[in-house]
Design a protein around this ligand. Sequence first.
Ligand SMILES: CC(C)(COP(=O)(O)OP(=O)(O)OC[C@H]1O[C@@H](n2cnc3c(N)ncnc32)[C@H](O)[C@@H]1OP(=O)(O)O)[C@@H](O)C(=O)NCCC(=O)NCCS
Length: 200
Amino acid sequence: MTNTNSVANQQKSVENANKAKNPMEAVPDVCQFTANNGSEYKLYCRTKQDMDAKTLKWAFKLAERNVGPFYKALQMGWQPKIKQNELNKKWARYLVATDKSGQPVAYTMFRFDMDYACSVLYCYEMQIEVDFQRQGIGKFMMQALEQCSKHWHMDKVLLTVLKNNPKGIAFFKAIGYSLDETSPDILENKEYEIYSKCTI
Ligand SMILES: CC(C)(COP(=O)(O)OP(=O)(O)OC[C@H]1O[C@@H](n2cnc3c(N)ncnc32)[C@H](O)[C@@H]1OP(=O)(O)O)[C@@H](O)C(=O)NCCC(=O)NCCS
C-alpha cells in the first residue's frame, strides 16, 4: 500500500500521541470487559511512572512464567535484566486488566514510535495469567490497542513474537495479524517474527 501520509506528519502524530496522559481515553468502552463465561474485568491504562511497584513486579514475573521458557529454549536465552529494564522504560505504557477482587490478570505494554518511516503503536508485551487465557481478554486488549492506534493516526500495530511460540502466533493470526514487511527474511535465520495490523 502506498503511504500517502508524509514522514513529517507521521512523526507529528507520534509526538501528539506521546503527549497524551492517557491515550486510551479516546477509546470507547475500554474500561470494562465481560468474558463469554460471564467473568467481569476492569481495565486501566497508565504510564510507567504511574504504575505501582507491586504491579510492575507482577508484570515481570508473569512474563517470566509465560514466555521465559520460550526464551530459555533459544540461543538468546532468558535475560531477566534486559526484560526488567524494558518493562521499566520511561516511555512504557500499560493497559492492565483486573478481576473482581482487583488483582491484575493480564497486561499489555506498548508505546508510540516511528519504525522504518511508519508511525506505529508497538505492542511489546501481551501477557495473560494462565487461568484467564482463552476468555477473549487478549483479543479485547489487542482491539483496544488497534482502536487507540487508529485514533492517534498510527499506520499500524506492530509486535514481535518468538518463532517457538506457536500458540502466540496462532493467537495473533486468529485476530487478523500478518507477517510485517519488516519481519526478518527466512534466510536471516532469526528466532523471532514481526507481525502487524494496518490501522489507517
Ligand atoms: C497468547 C495470549 C496473549 C492469547 O490471549 P487469550 O486471552 O488467551 O486469547 P483469546 O481468548 O482472546 O483468543 C482469541 C482467539 O485467538 C486464538 N487463540 C488464542 N489462544 C490460542 C492458543 N493457545 N492456540 C491456538 N489459538 C489460540 C483463538 O482463535 C481464539 O479464539 P477462540 O478462543 O474463540 O478459539 C495468551 O494466551 C497468553 O498470554 N499467552 C502467553 C504469553 C504469550 O504467548 N504472549 C504472546 C506473545 S508475547
